[in-house]
Design a protein around this ligand. Structure first.
Ligand code: S3P
Length: 166
């Protein structure tokens, strides 16, 4: 079985994925890194400059087709995968458990601070709208919701383990 981590930008999908994969002795796949590999880029701004958000979303679909069927794998997704139902459908079809790392917008905004490396998190007002739009989607696709506030990445990984029978 695979574990798929979803959640908004800044919720800790990558760092938690790394911890969880070590605890489970699963392999760890970080979608954003695979997007860079497949598009020959190094940053999300480069991806957007090359082909806009469409290139990102098409590449995410290509990646999930390749990785959803892998065994014993933790997949740290990008925050926008919930925009394409097909991505979650592939994951679930292949027996993946989808874990939503939930945090309030205020915490995410504080964590990201002045980091503007994400093209879709450039100003608080539009990021807040994106968050409000996506929150029900994360909830809809989640098999398990884990609150991240007040927990270290390791504690979050343990909370996921408690909720998932591997
Ligand atoms: C995005 C989230 C980013 C990255 C891209 C778009 C989004 O990933 O895929 O900047 O649409 O929420 P992280 O959630 O890992 O920051």
């Amino acid at each position: 079985m695979n574990i798929i981590l979803i959640g908004f930008m800044g919720s800790g999908k990558s760092i938690v994925g790394e911890h969880l994969s070590r605890l489970l002795q699963f392999s760890w796949v970080d979608m954003d890194h695979l997007v860079y590999q497949k598009t020959g880029t190094r940053t999300m701004h480069e991806v957007f400059a090359l082909g806009g958000e469409l290139l990102l979303r098409e590449t995410e679909i290509a990646i999930v087709k390749e990785y959803a069927t892998k065994q014993r794998c933790v997949l740290s997704t990008g925050g926008g995968v919930v925009l394409n139902k097909i991505i979650l459908d592939y994951c679930k079809q292949a027996g993946g458990k989808v874990i939503f790392l939930h945090a309030d917008f205020a915490l995410l905004a504080k964590r990201l601070g002045k980091d503007r490396s994400r093209p879709l998190f450039q100003d608080l007002e539009s990021a807040r709208k994106t968050f409000d739009f996506r929150l029900p989607l994360y909830q809809q696709y989640a098999d398990v919701v884990v609150e991240v506030a007040g927990k270290t990445p390791h504690e979050i990984a343990l909370a996921i383990l408690r909720n998932v029978v591997v």
